[in-house]
Design a protein around this ligand. Structure first.
Ligand code: FES
Length: 333
């Protein structure tokens, strides 16, 4: 889902910062122009990083004092494109610029039942939503999926708030989520047609839910998601993009996207969401040496397998075990 509106940029100051799980830092910003942050909103933040400025989107976990204080939480990722390192380097008192709340993942009113599924740090997109559903007295379930409790942010808080409406699946406790089981339960319930599922997490989890949802012929409009340019199936590594139509070759470092690398090299491209949702940045794949790691939710599984297109903003190439850098030859449309 692309952002529906772009709020204005404003100054913000870090007023609190602490680790809330292994590798997850909670940052509280005090903003210049307070604005109510509804569940599902995010802010775009401009972050200083070495010789450049990065724009990254983060969910508003909590909005207090009429939207003056916004809480974000960011996981430090070894394969990040620079944004998470920059957030983890912020200290109380630091100033930065941010948009006001932007709505790209709205919570609908009136569903018969709500199922919220968060994988890892994806919980940040669903904390405010779950609280709103509890306050409304809605029929809802919050499903948390993670590798280990150590890295799962807000677990105790959510458990206290949602009680038995919270379901936790942890890999290192051998309680992984069965996606066919979860979606099968939804499909078999009498209110299946009015159940909405909201998800945010790794692309593999969201793809599995999407496939199962389609297999059960559940209404596609009842499946809603937030991606933030999800992590892929492979660790990010450097690779080469060849553009024969422009007679150019551009190296894409592990901490940047094809889109950013092309733009930095002066190659103009179309883009909008910059997180693999809208398809505006789609380019034709002419040839690949290595494997394409599709990280978008715009292309279908079949299209990803055919691999004739990729989303420049999130997808990458990896060499696998060959030892050489991967390369991908693209035709920009
Ligand atoms: S800019 Fe939207 S999918 Fe790439």
């Amino acid at each position: 889902m692309a952002a529906q509106s772009q709020s204005r940029w404003q100054r913000a100051q870090v007023v609190d910062a602490e680790l809330v799980a292994d590798g997850v830092r909670r940052i509280v910003l005090e903003v210049e122009h307070p604005e109510h942050a509804a569940p599902g909103t995010h802010v775009d933040v401009a972050l200083p990083a070495q010789d450049r400025q990065l724009i990254r989107s983060y969910s508003v976990v909590r909005s207090e004092d009429g939207g003056r204080r916004l809480t974000l939480s960011v996981q430090l990722s070894p394969t990040s494109r620079g944004g998470s390192q920059a957030v983890h380097a912020l200290a109380v008192g630091d100033e930065l610029t941010t948009t006001g709340p932007v709505q790209s993942f709205p919570l609908a009113v009136g569903a018969g039942r709500y199922v919220l599924v968060a994988g890892g740090i994806g919980i940040t997109a669903l904390v405010a939503m779950a609280s709103a559903l509890r306050r409304r007295g809605a029929d809802y379930e919050l499903v948390l999926v993670g590798r280990s409790r150590r890295v799962m942010a807000y677990l105790d808080e959510l458990s206290a708030e949602h009680g038995d409406r919270l379901r936790v699946h942890v890999d290192d406790e051998a309680t992984p989520l069965s996606v066919p089981g979860l979606v099968g339960e939804i499909a078999a319930a009498p209110n299946a047609a009015t159940t909405e599922l909201y998800m945010c997490g790794p692309i593999g989890l969201m793809d599995a839910i999407r496939s199962s949802w389609t297999e059960h012929a559940l209404p596609q409009t009842n499946l809603r998601f937030e991606t933030f340019g999800s992590s892929g199936r492979f660790d990010a590594e450097e690779f080469l993009v060849r553009l024969p139509q422009l007679d150019r070759e551009v190296a894409v470092a592990a901490d940047t996207s094809i889109l950013d690398a092309l733009n930095a090299a002066g190659v103009e491209t179309l883009s909008d969401c910059r997180k693999g949702e809208c398809g505006l940045c789609l380019a034709k794949v002419v040839e690949v040496e290595g494997t394409i790691d599709h990280r978008d939710v715009f292309l279908s599984d079949a299209q990803k397998q055919r691999c004739t297109n990729l989303c420049l903003c999130v997808s990458r190439a990896v060499a696998g075990y060959t030892g050489d850098h991967a390369s991908v030859t693209l035709h920009l449309t």
